[in-house]
Design a protein. Structure first.
Lengths: 445, 550
């Protein structure tokens, strides 16, 4: 580590006669000797993400019932066994409806991620928790968040600020790579850095757009001004990103630019989805490691999971409803086969973060992933006990390896806990019967 | 190769009464002004119309949520968040770069800079005055013009290239809210103190997007600036001009692409083992086939809307011929095609672009097809399934007893929690079961003859031909088109107060033989189409419900 690098030298620079400031660093040389914190004593930055899989798992085949620090995975979740010590599992947390109708394959994930139950299909009654986290910590990296879907459909994305503002997903590994690691990527470990003068022109352009657009506000009604507010925020977001591009990024020890993926098929055929999911997971983890974002969302299969095998007539979703219970096995065997694939995908996602070194450990040590489904037993559209997991060590802020049973408490307790772990000053979250001020203290370190 | 021809308007249309709908239609006070985000279709159409169809727009647009059956309505509720803005910025810069590239600049930039390595304020102003008027759908103010020219000058001087400067300032224009949002701007109504009306340019914009799905042309903008659109006679003259234009085809295609939920084509894939003929190329062709069938029927032949559900006439291409298993004389062209009498493939509901679109990757779906007929063609919302439903009774397709979809779905008609909704959908879809998941014709399933008899709202039929006739004669079908067309043009769902006006439009539609041009004209010349109420106050955000297609 180059302890001789002076902060003064790191902070000054010139480009074409214009002064350029360097971002206050997360520099490896500023780590303490143990690699566990910055030399200043501040902790390594935490990252937050979500992961979604559709259709839960078969009852009695996901996680063993014993609670406490005794987390044990059953057959359908076997792929998670190697990562047991990074995972907490939550069962028996419910979604009280307060008289609202259920929209199947929708109410469950919306309630889980927003703390509020929608009144109708399509409604997002409150921001999803990742958006709240990104509002807090997303402003220091190039992208506020990176949102991905393995299904090939950009609308398969369960992150949103409100009904009219959805974060649609990247679905092509190559397009995702180009966006993150393409021409606008500034390699933090590159020896030379030269700000692109085109970027300065773009900054002028956006500055002009932002300034002159204020007059437009006067032309529209109050309802539309809220959407215009978001438009202006989006301009500022891009301006912020361009400002970062004008600064030499701080070196990141284990940031390595990956090779571009092939331009292959996308879609919800099983092998295609699994392959793209893995490719994008690996790219995403490296993007996080390279400080391109601190917040991310990955969807493996949508709530109505259209994942299907080549040559077979039924998709995953239809099987959950129409496959009879195998009289010998006692469960839906084909559905079980798809569930195994879902958790293999989850394992691949976890592995992507676990396989990148950071400090004395791995990226997964400094990450918290909120993984959930939309239903418990998909055959019955069961809303109670939707399976949720928190994955990662969150910088050591939580204990792991626990199975926590909620005893019917609102599922919003898990989201509240996750946000508090990420440092959000939120004491209460959710609405009506989902409103809670009780984090799950059993797992707090 | 076929050539598109337009049926010329006859004197009959020109002699139609030029006020309201012509039949003393009740006036509507309208609804709140809407600010709707440009759809991908509109963005592409505008760029093609302003800069030429050879401008390549690559990459993906941020999708707009579908609300009340239309993306055009969802556009009025969808924000431009960071990711969406980033995409618009990327696309805009790419378009701007192409506009000034050496191949196009001489055609698209109407002047030459004195020195291409430097700024040229006068030439920049000339360019932005022309382009800005079309992109912003109004004449730019002097302040705006000076601003864009200054931006172009600054960029040109920094980078030593006039055209790069133009490109930079044009890219700014392409992310401006005046471009990205279609906005119902209002002004005090001089004839109704205390009330508001659309500004002239907002009227022109609303009209142009209804009929052509693009920015108003110079003639319409000039007419708006001169106050002509406030005059019923002049308004009708422009409407007739636009209805007679070849641009009408693009507008009609956009209307039906929205109404028929064509965004599903973006992710439509069929199992390559089960349906090898329906690959991605054939899927693209099936989309085009559906749109050409619609425009040929409604615009070229001028036939009535209900006939779309009984017609045997369509078009065919080489890849589609393989799927439909019909011979195609010229596999490299689109040719007119007619299914023979007695063939079960009648109406657009039997074309692949409908039947395969509303199926699973590896099998058909009577429920999905029936749901699509109800919700898309008849505007009848089918309730969501109940939460704790048990599908145990519905066994799989290899069950030795239940060999056909009808047998498997019979449980829907006996289980009390299922029958209420499924009786709305399944009978329709079961009559389309002679079309497999790729829309290919079959007569048996698992060796058992397929029973395609059914009933639609009390009208019984024995086969898909009868289903087509039942759809065609169902009153909900033309009413649905009227409702959708109006909502599409307004960018919002019509209010309760507008129902009387809609009913009058429906009556006129029927009286005119369900001609599409007649319908569009009736809407476009109606003062009710341009009526607007004062904007809603803050805190009264209308709730929206997204359409879901399982």
């Amino acid at each position: 580590m180059n302890k001789a690098l002076s902060r003064r030298r790191a902070l000054k620079g010139l480009v074409n006669g214009a002064a350029v400031t360097v971002a206050l660093p997360f520099l490896d040389c500023f780590l303490n000797d143990h690699g566990t914190a910055l030399a200043s004593g501040a902790p390594l930055p935490l990252r937050f993400g979500t992961w979604f899989w559709g259709l839960g798992f078969n009852p009695g085949r996901g996680v063993a019932p014993e609670t406490g620090p005794n987390l044990r995975f059953l057959e359908e979740c076997q792929a998670l066994v190697p990562y047991r010590d990074y995972i907490n599992y939550f069962s028996a947390f419910n979604t009280p409806l307060d008289g609202k109708p259920t929209t199947v394959h929708y109410t469950g994930w919306v309630g889980c991620r927003t703390g509020s139950v929608p009144s109708a299909g399509g409604e997002i009654p409150a921001p999803t928790l990742d958006v709240l986290v990104a509002d807090q910590i997303g402003g220091t990296s190039r992208f506020r968040s990176l949102d991905l879907s393995a299904t090939g459909n950009p609308r398969d994305s369960y992150t949103a600020r409100n009904t009219g503002s959805r974060n649609n997903a990247e679905v092509s590994p190559l397009a995702f790579y180009s966006r993150v690691f393409g021409p606008e990527f500034a390699d933090p470990n590159a020896a030379d850095f030269k700000p692109d003068p085109q970027v300065m022109v773009r900054q002028s352009v956006l500055s002009a757009v932002n300034e002159q657009s204020r007059d437009f506000v006067k032309l529209v009604g109050a309802n539309d001004r809220q959407r215009l507010d978001e438009y202006f925020t989006s301009i500022r977001e891009l301006e912020r990103r361009l400002e970062l591009q004008m600064q030499k990024p701080a070196p990141v020890e284990f940031c390595m630019v990956p090779p571009a993926p092939a331009d292959g098929p996308i879609g919800d055929e099983l092998e295609t989805a699994l392959a793209n999911h893995k490719t994008m997971s690996d790219l995403l983890a490296m993007a996080v490691a390279c400080n391109q974002t601190r917040v991310f969302n990955m969807l493996y299969s949508q709530a109505l999971s259209h994942i299907h095998r080549t040559g077979e007539a039924f998709i995953h979703h239809t099987l959950t409803h129409e496959e009879p219970l195998d009289p010998a096995l006692g469960y839906q065997a084909e559905v079980a086969w798809y569930n195994l694939r879902s958790f293999e995908a989850m394992a691949a996602f976890i592995a992507a973060f676990a396989n990148i070194r950071e400090g004395a450990g791995t990226l997964l040590d400094n990450t918290l992933i909120f993984a959930n489904s939309d239903t418990n037993y998909a055959k019955l559209h069961a809303l109670d006990g939707i399976p949720v997991m928190l994955i990662g060590k969150a910088g050591g802020k939580l204990k792991t390896g626990y199975h926590i049973a909620g005893n019917g408490d609102p599922i919003s307790r898990i989201g509240l806990t996750a946000m508090q772990l990420m440092g959000l000053q939120v004491d209460t979250w959710g609405t009506q019967s989902m409103q809670t001020n009780k984090p799950i203290t059993e797992i707090l370190a | 190769m076929r050539h598109f021809t337009t049926v010329a308007l006859t004197g009959v249309l020109l002699s139609v009464a030029l006020t309201g709908c012509g039949d003393n239609a009740p006036a509507s006070d309208g609804g709140p002004p809407v600010m709707r985000r440009l759809t991908e279709d509109q963005y592409r159409q505008i760029i093609a119309d302003v800069f030429g169809p050879d401008i390549v727009i690559g990459g993906r647009f941020d999708p707009i949520v579908r609300v009340d059956g239309l993306v055009s309505v969802g556009a009025g509720a969808t924000a431009i968040n960071s990711a969406a803005f980033e995409r618009y910025d990327t696309i805009g810069r790419s378009v701007a770069a192409q506009v000034v590239d050496p191949v196009r600049r001489d055609m698209l930039v109407p002047c030459r800079p004195a020195d291409p390595a430097k700024a040229d304020d006068a030439c920049a102003r000339q360019f932005f005055a022309g382009v800005g008027r079309l992109l912003f759908r109004r004449t730019l103010t002097e302040t705006e013009l000076a601003g864009y020219a200054a931006l172009a000058d600054d960029a040109a001087n920094r980078l030593g290239n006039f055209y790069v400067g133009i490109s930079a300032a044009l890219s700014a224009m392409l992310v401006r809210p005046e471009f990205l949002f279609i906005t119902d701007t209002t002004e005090p109504d001089p004839d109704r103190p205390g009330e508001v009306r659309l500004t002239a340019k907002a009227k022109a914009t609303r009209l142009s997007f209804l009929l052509w799905n693009t920015t108003p042309d110079d003639a319409l903008l000039t007419a708006a600036e001169q106050g002509q659109l406030d005059n019923a006679k002049d308004l009708a003259r422009h409407v007739d001009r636009m209805l007679a234009s070849p641009r009408l085809e693009a507008g009609v295609r956009a209307l039906f692409a929205d109404m028929l939920a064509f965004e599903s084509f973006e992710t439509l894939q069929k199992d390559p083992v089960i349906y090898p003929a329906l690959g991605l190329v054939a899927i693209e062709h099936s989309r085009e086939q559906l749109l050409r069938t619609i425009t040929d029927h409604l615009l070229v032949r001028g036939e009535g809307y209900p006939g779309l559900f009984t017609t045997r006439k369509t078009v065919m291409s080489g890849p589609l011929g393989l799927v439909y298993r019909v011979p195609v004389a010229d596999p490299d062209a689109w040719i007119d095609f007619e299914f023979p009498a007695g063939d079960q493939r009648v109406g657009i509901q039997a074309l692949i672009g409908f039947s395969a679109l509303h199926s699973h990757p590896g099998r058909s779906s009577a429920t999905l097809r029936g749901k699509a007929v109800r919700e898309i063609l008849m505007c009848q919302k089918v309730p969501d399934p109940p939460a704790n439903v048990d599908f145990t009774l519905v066994s799989d397709s290899t069950n030795p007893i239940h060999k056909t979809a009808r047998q498997r779905l019979d449980a829907h008609n006996t289980e009390p929690s299922c029958v209420g909704c499924h009786k709305l959908m399944d009978p329709i879809g079961l009559s389309l079961e002679t079309l497999d998941g790729a829309g290919q014709l079959r007569t048996t399933e698992n060796g058992v003859p397929i029973d395609v008899s059914g009933e639609l709202d009390g009208v019984a039929y024995s086969d898909a031909i009868g289903l087509g006739a039942a759809i065609a004669q169902n009153a909900a079908v033309p009413a649905c088109l009227v409702s959708r067309a109006v909502a599409y043009g307004l960018g919002r769902t019509p209010s309760t107060e507008e129902r009387a006006w809609l009913a009058a439009v429906e009556q006129r539609f029927a009286k005119d033989g369900y001609g599409l041009k007649s319908l569009l004209r009736a809407i476009a010349v109606s003062p009710s189409f341009y009526a607007v109420t004062p904007p809603a106050d803050a805190g009264t955000v209308a709730s929206v419900v997204e359409d879901k297609h399982s």
